[in-house]
Design a binder for this molecule. Sequence first.
Ligand SMILES: NC(=O)c1ccc[n+]([C@@H]2O[C@H](COP(=O)([O-])OP(=O)(O)OC[C@H]3O[C@@H](n4cnc5c(N)ncnc54)[C@H](O)[C@@H]3O)[C@@H](O)[C@H]2O)c1
Length: 415
Amino acid sequence: MVSKALLRLVSAVNRRRMKLLLGIALLAYVACDFLLNRSIQENGELKIESKIEEVGSLSCILLLFFSFTQKYPPVKFLSEKDRKRILITGGAGFVGSHLTDKLMMDGHEVTVVDNFFTGRKRNVEHWIGHENFELINHDVVEPLYIEVDQIYHLASPASPPNYMYNPIKTLKTNTIGTLNMLGLAKRVGARLLLASTSEVYGDPEVHPQSEDYWGHVNPIGPRACYDEGKRVAETMCYAYMKQEGVEVRVARIFNTFGPRMHMNDGRVVSNFILQALQGEPLTVYGSGSQTRAFQYVSDLVNGLVALMNSNVSSPVNLGNPEEHTILEFAQLIKSLVGSGSEIQFLSEAQDDPQKRKPDIRKAKMMLAWEPVVPLEEGLNKAIHYFRKELEYQANNQYIPKPKPARIKKGRTRHN
Ligand SMILES: NC(=O)c1ccc[n+]([C@@H]2O[C@H](COP(=O)([O-])OP(=O)(O)OC[C@H]3O[C@@H](n4cnc5c(N)ncnc54)[C@H](O)[C@@H]3O)[C@@H](O)[C@H]2O)c1
């Protein structure tokens, strides 16, 4: 009787360590059963029923003990009225997983939808089993039917090697995927925030780039699948806003870095850190005089949440305006790692923007937001993360390849 109830209880518990609990409970059951049989044999006539009850109680105590000791990061309590049901597409990726952490810790109910093209379960596994959290393996190119109040639409490969790997899929994700999410927002009356990009400005002719600059994008270049995909995704947002009354927010995100970036991200920060940590040459494309400005991921996440909850429906730049040349980044990272790596100059990449720096006056004024994490502090955290990742890798042999992304020919896996 009790053991059946125990099994029913265990199967009802949808927790990360369910298997472990079940194992421990069953082990306890077997151990007690063994003792019980022995004492029956020794004493001849023991009350079998009462022993079975003891076994059941012991197992239940163990089960409850392990359920209560399961650790999650601390979560605020929000009343029903303030607690939102939030969908994050691409929530198992680099930015999405940090956003998941923030919204979970703020006390909201978070559903992460991801096809794990570049994202990893590891990035959100610390929430699996939490009653406010759900992880769905789903491709946004297919429609999704759920009830939510807000949608952070982040699903899209973000780094050049990843988005150039399968340009057709990148286009589908940013076009059909965005249409599907806008359709969902319209159906359930949710507000949608699009994670757009500074790449909509292309190789800019104005500096720094403010939101009213229309951009300078090569529509048929190797980056077009991403740049134009994001541009049309923005167009779709405003068409849904004007025609269907959907509430939209558009964040134009500039280069961001931090823990949980991909080892094969292929962009400057991760490349330089990994190369410096492994004593390999730091590869600089062109002269190294081209500039970039990098923001730390927690600054971006705060900006995304501020924008979502603001009344600003026009695009807003989110980035750190502190501009450095690529060569300066290489030297800084080399010295923070304490590496003896050389700096190696390679030929310039096609359509590589020469300058990139956000004008964030709008975000400052309308959202009272600006980046606060100093570059060196952020870089030290990223270096710590990549050092651990290298240790984590079984063979410890990963070295980013200083060559342009592979462009697949013919039929590909992700289309
Ligand atoms: N990281 C940056 O510097 C940066 C800069 C500008 C814009 N952005 C934008 O922010 C968003 C997140 O970027 P990130 O750096 O975290 O990249 P990421 O690659 O780490 O995350 C993207 C996530 O989307 C998922 N995804 C991709 N295609 C999908 C699909 N069809 N269906 C469901 N999930 C899918 C991936 O598996 C991944 O988890 C992207 O939209 C990107 O364009 C990022």
